[in-house]
Design a protein around this ligand. Structure first.
Ligand code: HEC
Ligand code: HEC
Length: 283
């Protein structure tokens, strides 16, 4: 890191750079049943910079962690229930619901979250789960697209993600997805804004440190969408990226933009091997 970046980070870190609370050593088991891999060897493509990848869960307070350990306590599950109703509701010119083609999400959507964002051959593009959902709404149902990071979308994303809980994130970074992945990587390491900070400056160089009152994690997205106590709703990964970029006082991108799709693929790939934890709970 150059001197400028160090100065910028020192300016936003509440404590001296050396102070580190580190991740905790707790284990995450959801509903006393689903054992989550929350720490594991880093995937090969980042092994030269990070030994172990870790879920953001390890960096939260015990009370916040506890909310994610039991579905009756997890405030995000209300939205999952709402999405089950949506799943079964007929909408649009074709007179179809998601269930018309995909039957029960509990069966048809197992393992789907773990491999998204994913290359779609027919469309010739990398698609996030949210893009695929909107594609089905528009082209299969003849219904209006949902707002990319809106409540309906985040809830549906959570319902689909929940079917993969405990499965390892396994997004493809090679083949036809490679150029998108490279674009995302470039973004991850590019310093932006008045503070001239990259994602890596905070989430790779400084995880474990305190930044203002917050305990800095690796910025993983295996738990997304995330219920935040701060805004009492589900938050998509793109909404979180937007917030982080804004914190560096830079112009940010729009949720659903090609830039954020590429960034999501790259960030997801940094968590390959961690369990899908969505919907998780954060402050
Ligand atoms: C008329 C049938 C139809 C309806 C209705 C429909 N889909 Fe789909 N869906 C498909 C088809 C066909 C594919 C595979 C498309 C492809 O690969 O491009 C698909 C693919 C998907 C996938 C990706 C699965 C994977 O393994 O990659 C998801 C997620 C999905 N649909 C969600 C939904 C949701 C949510 C709804 C309701 C809002 C919905 N679909 C409504 C036909 C439908
Ligand atoms: C100035 C430091 C800083 C920069 C730069 C920054 N973030 Fe963050 N980020 C934070 C803080 C603080 C949090 C909240 C605590 C935590 O989870 O790390 C956070 C949270 C996150 C989370 C939520 C993690 C979870 O488990 O809930 C993601 C994802 C994330 N950041 C991604 C990014 C990406 C991608 C970039 C680059 C576009 C970025 N961040 C840039 C400080 C930063």
């Amino acid at each position: 890191m150059n001197k400028k970046a160090i100065t910028a980070i020192a300016a936003v870190l509440a404590l001296p750079m050396a102070a580190s609370a580190g991740p905790d050593d707790d284990t995450l088991v959801v509903n006393e049943e689903i054992e989550m891999v929350t720490k594991t060897a880093a995937p090969a493509h980042i092994a030269d910079v990070i030994d172990e990848v870790m879920s953001g869960w390890h960096f939260r307070k015990d009370e916040t962690q506890a909310l994610q350990m039991d579905d009756f306590e997890n405030p995000a599950m209300i939205f999952v229930d709402q999405a089950i109703d949506t799943w079964n509701t007929v909408e649009g010119s074709e007179g179809k619901s998601c269930a018309s083609c995909h039957d029960d999400a509990e069966d048809s959507m197992v393992g789907v979250r773990a491999v998204y964002p994913k290359w779609n051959e027919a469309a010739g593009e990398v698609r996030t789960l949210n893009m695929q959902i909107n594609d089905c709404r528009e082209n299969q149902m003849g219904a209006e697209k949902w707002k990319y990071s809106g409540g309906k979308m985040a809830a549906m994303e959570a319902l689909i993600s929940v079917q993969s809980r405990g499965m390892p994130v396994n997004v493809a970074t090679d083949g036809p997805a490679q150029s998108t992945w490279e674009q995302g990587k470039e973004m991850y390491y590019t310093r932006t804004g008045q503070l001239e900070l990259s994602c890596a400056n905070c989430h790779e160089d400084n995880y474990g440190n305190m930044i203002r009152a917050d305990h800095l994690s690796q910025g993983q997205i295996n738990g997304f969408p995330v219920y935040r106590l701060k805004n009492t709703k589900l938050n998509t990964a793109h909404a979180r990226f937007k917030g982080c970029i804004r914190d560096t006082r830079a112009e940010t991108y729009k949720p659903g933009s090609a830039d954020f799709v590429a960034l999501e693929l790259y960030v997801a790939s940094r968590g390959n091997g961690l369990s899908v934890e969505a919907p998780s709970v954060r402050n």
